[in-house]
Design a protein around this ligand. Structure first.
Ligand code: PEP
Ligand code: MG
Length: 593
């Protein structure tokens, strides 16, 4: 039978292949709602109506949270719903809506929409992709209140067997209410790798493609779909031969995943006996168990800025301490590298509205620069880290170090904090190791000098690449220039590793490049000691490392360091992979290639 198939491309958010029928979930934002001016005598009644909608929303989310907690695999993510509940209880938000009703004499829907727009505008100024995607929290909460005000609450859906859920976006509450047994995949219009749909789909190990732009508008319910969460492709109305082909791919993918998962907890040792430590990146303390279950030999990067999210106040020493202690206790006997705050510029907007908006926040007052200016905030965090170091193995890492003075100043402050703790008889690990991220070209170029001052380096390729090639990693117009294989990037990495090793310190990598298997042979060949990445990539990277020979990797890298362009390097690598029986099936199974 002839088929008019259509291929849609999005972001691969959760790996795996699903073949099933589309079920459309109406989660489009409500744009049409009554905008009514009200007489003053109706103000109190309108406020009561708003309060009732907030209360109804609270009860619904509480119920969804309960449901999420009853499902073992995703109960860790019920904290996302907790943040939604917090927002509903936040007087700064609800009072703003009531103020607008009173002052502007408008109905609750209208006032709510204005208050939400104000919050969303603030989020728009935030540079970080992850933090930006947390703006979705506001949208979900606002949407739910609006649905309760307008009576458009979504009902319970009948999900037939073998369904692929297609939606504009999915809130955690929606996901909690779905019957997981019947859902084979998720496809959404919006979202990125760190959107809720992506996070929850990965936890449930259900394939997902997000950022498909208009998928929820362009297909009808019941349409047959192939969803490939490895490449980010959705085939609408596939032919029989396409279905057959993808059934085979799905089978070999499942076999491969099962195989690598079985060995996830074994160390990654190359064929010629070199052990590369494969570690996990962590954003929320709640994710620590999942990272460890995927075989992490420690936490190579704990991004602590997430402690600052979803709150109006600045975290206290206890907030820091509690979070780090939880993680350190769970990860010990492995080590946890706690990175000090990497926020600043307008990323602080939600917590510190008084900070000036910067023209170019990526190269502005962020990370260690901000901490050296706001020393009290920095010291509070350092106290929390040091106190937690008494409960297991922890190290401190400073981000965005650009030169010697900055590092010296940061270390001096650390010494001051240690001395204060000693004076107060508060225990901490006196031997705690201190390292820095190498993510600014100036630091890479003087890494021989910096290596004498610290215990370890961790290369942050996300920033190192953007600063080395002078491209904004969030700007879609120059996205094509974002190139980990650029010879300049490879040389900066090589120089840093060699400089570190010369001083006898370890050099790891915690940027995205560390989690992409096509780069693993190159990074091992360059001499990297550890690779830290997201949970799902850990078994995969370990698997690749076990198939290769370090000596061969070193030969490969000696060739590529002299190449002129990233394309030359890529072509050479692709040929290498094709001609190496032990690497061949990387191409078949590699989610990056
Ligand atoms: C990096 O820059 O590579 C890194 C790991 O830090 P972040 O992505 O948090 O800036
Ligand atoms: Mg960085």
């Amino acid at each position: 039978m002839k088929s008019n198939f259509q291929v849609l491309n999005g972001i691969p958010a959760s790996a795996g292949i699903a073949i099933g029928k589309a079920v459309l979930l109406e989660r489009r934002k409500i744009d049409k709602f009554p905008r009514i001016r009200i007489p003053e005598r109706l103000v109190e009644e309108e406020i009561k109506r708003f309060d009732a909608a907030v209360e109804a929303s609270y009860n619904q989310i509480e119920k969804a949270k309960q449901k999420l907690e009853d499902q073992d695999v995703i109960k860790e993510h019920s904290f996302i719903l907790e943040t939604h509940l917090m927002m509903l209880k936040d007087p700064a938000f609800t009072n703003r809506v009531k103020y607008l009703i009173r002052k502007q004499l408008i109905n609750a829907e209208w006032a709510l929409k204005i208050a939400l727009m104000e919050i969303e505008e603030n989020f728009d100024r935030i540079g970080d992709e992850y933090i930006k995607s947390r703006a979705a929290d506001t949208t979900f909460v606002g949407d739910r209140i609006l649905r309760n005000l307008t009576g458009k609450e979504i009902g319970h859906f009948h999900i037939p067997e073998n369904s692929i859920i297609v939606a504009h976006d999915l809130s955690p509450a929606d996901t909690a209410m779905l019957n997981k047994e019947r859902v084979l995949g998720f496809a959404t219009d919006i979202g990125g790798l760190t959107s809720h749909t992506a996070i929850i789909a990965r936890s449930l190990e259900i394939p997902a493609v997000v950022g498909l732009e208009t998928v929820s508008l362009s297909i009808s319910p019941g349409t047959l779909l192939i969803l490939d969460g490895i490449t980010g492709t959705v085939i609408v109305n596939p032919s029989e031969s396409q279905v057959e082909d993808y059934r085979h791919r799905a089978e070999s993918y499942i076999t491969y995943e099962l195989k690598i998962k079985e060995r996830a907890n074994e160390p990654a040792v190359t064929l010629d006996g070199y052990h590369v430590s494969v570690e996990g990146n962590l954003e929320f303390k709640e994710e620590v168990h999942s990272v460890l279950e995927h075989g992490a030999e420690g936490i190579g990067l704990y991004r602590t800025e997430f402690i600052y999210l979803n709150r109006d106040d600045i975290p206290t020493e206890d907030d820091h301490f509690e979070a780090y202690k939880t993680v350190v206790e769970a990860v010990t006997p492995y080590n946890t590298i706690i990175r000090t705050l990497d926020l600043g510029g307008d990323k602080f907007y939600s917590v510190m509205g008084n900070l000036q908006k910067e023209m170019n926040p990526a190269i502005g007052l962020r990370a260690i620069r901000f901490c050296l200016k706001e020393v009290n905030i920095f010291k509070t965090q350092l106290r929390g880290i040091l106190k937690a170091s008494n409960y297991g193995k922890a190290s401190i890492m400073f981000p965005m170090i650009s030169g010697f003075e900055e590092l010296s100043r940061a270390k001096d402050i650390l010494e001051e904090v240690k001395e204060e703790l000693r004076q107060q008889d508060i225990a901490f690990d006196e031997q705690i190791k201190v390292g820095i991220m190498i993510e600014i070209p100036s630091a890479a170029i003087i890494s021989d000098i910096l290596a004498k001052e610290v215990d370890f380096f961790s290369i942050g390729t996300n920033d190192l690449i953007q600063y080395a090639i002078a491209i904004d990693r969030r700007n879609e117009y120059v996205d094509y220039l974002y190139e980990p294989l650029h010879p300049a990037v490879l040389r900066l990495i090589k120089y840093t590793i060699d400089a570190g090793h010369k001083e006898g310190i370890t050099v790891g990598m915690c940027g995205e490049m560390a989690g992409r298997s096509i780069y693993t042979p190159i990074l091992l060949g360059l001499g990297i000691d550890s690779l830290s990445t997201n949970a799902l990539a850990i078994p995969h990277i370990k698997d690749i490392a076990r198939r290769i020979n370090l000596k061969r990797c070193m030969e490969i890298t000696s060739h590529i360091l002299d190449m002129r362009t990233a394309n030359d390097v890529r072509e050479f690598m692709n040929n290498e992979v094709k001609n190496s029986p032990e690497l061949c099936d990387i191409v078949e199974t590699d989610r990056d290639v």
